[in-house]
Design a protein around this ligand. Structure first.
Ligand code: SAM
Length: 263
């Protein structure tokens, strides 16, 4: 399977009500609030609002996300997606990077990252075609040149030579347990590349198991960044795995095995 074509037009409808509802976002991006050393440009802020409008509209047709209130959307989709990029806010990439967002759903974290980092070419991957039909239309409407979609399962794509070992960054949020996320993401990385696992709570069990799983896949758990979300003080953790060796050919295992029998 490959990139999908568009269905109905989802031309963004940015009503005055949406502009009004998202006005607070401007102040929320303040670094004292986000803890990022960064604020969006006017163009990036406009793209975030356009993305929000498109998702509200797409939700009617595709049932994409339950996070639709303006404050929730800002915190749980935009801020949360960008939280994993703190190291790249601190040291912006000086050359083009390739990234893959595994199980992107309605585009998070990958689409928010593509808006902020034009030097990162982001592949948005998901096994559900209808979500990517929607995302293709959004990418077109927002005029994003550095994002594209692929319909496939992580277990299949991670074994294909065009994708295996080809990415500098792999993002994965809300797709499954930490071991599954590692098995899905690390095979896509080049040696030296980084997988960012977006987690909520971080349990003792996960802390005990993940370093061994990371090693098995040819990577090392290098950092666990705890976060408190800026509006509701929710618990988040961004977990970073850096690849140092090729992943053994047996990973990712066949479809279904990573979830049925996590490493
Ligand atoms: N990452 C998005 C987010 O955080 O908002 C979406 C999370 S959603 C709960 C999980 C997504 O992962 C779904 O869109 C599902 O289709 C996709 N997914 C689950 N297993 C997958 C697999 N093996 N390969 C590709 N996509 C998968």
């Amino acid at each position: 399977m490959d990139s999908v074509s568009s269905l109905d037009s989802l031309a963004p409808s940015i009503s005055p009500a949406i502009v009004q509802d998202t006005q607070a976002w401007t102040t929320w991006w303040d670094p004292s609030h986000t803890h990022f050393p960064w604020q969006p440009t006017a163009t990036q802020q406009a793209l975030f609002i356009e993305l929000y409008a498109a998702i509200l509209q797409g939700n009617r047709q595709f049932n994409l996300t339950r996070i639709t209130e303006p404050a929730d959307f800002w915190e749980k989709h935009l801020w949360d997606s960008l939280s994993g990029m703190l190291p790249w806010f601190l040291e912006p990439p000086t050359h083009r990077l390739k990234a893959i967002d595994i199980g992107t759903g309605c585009g998070f974290p990958g689409l928010a990252i593509a808006i902020v980092f034009p030097q990162i070419q982001v592949t948005l991957m998901d096994s559900t075609r209808k979500k990517l039909v929607f995302l293709d239309q959004v990418i077109h409407n927002l005029g994003l040149k550095n994002a594209k979609t692929i319909v496939e399962r992580a277990e299949t794509l991670g074994q294909q030579s065009r994708h295996r070992g080809q990415y500098d960054l792999a993002f994965i949020r809300a797709v499954g347990g930490a071991s599954l996320c590692a098995e899905y993401s690390v095979p896509f990385l080049k040696e030296g590349g980084t997988a960012i696992l977006y987690r909520g709570q971080w349990s003792q069990d996960e802390a005990g198991q993940l370093p061994g799983v990371a090693e098995l896949l040819g990577s090392e758990l290098t950092q666990i960044q705890p976060w408190s979300t800026p509006l509701t003080a929710g618990v988040r953790h961004c977990v970073y795995l850096q690849k140092h060796d090729p992943t053994p050919k047996t990973y990712p295992r066949a479809i279904g095995l990573p979830s049925q029998k996590p490493l």
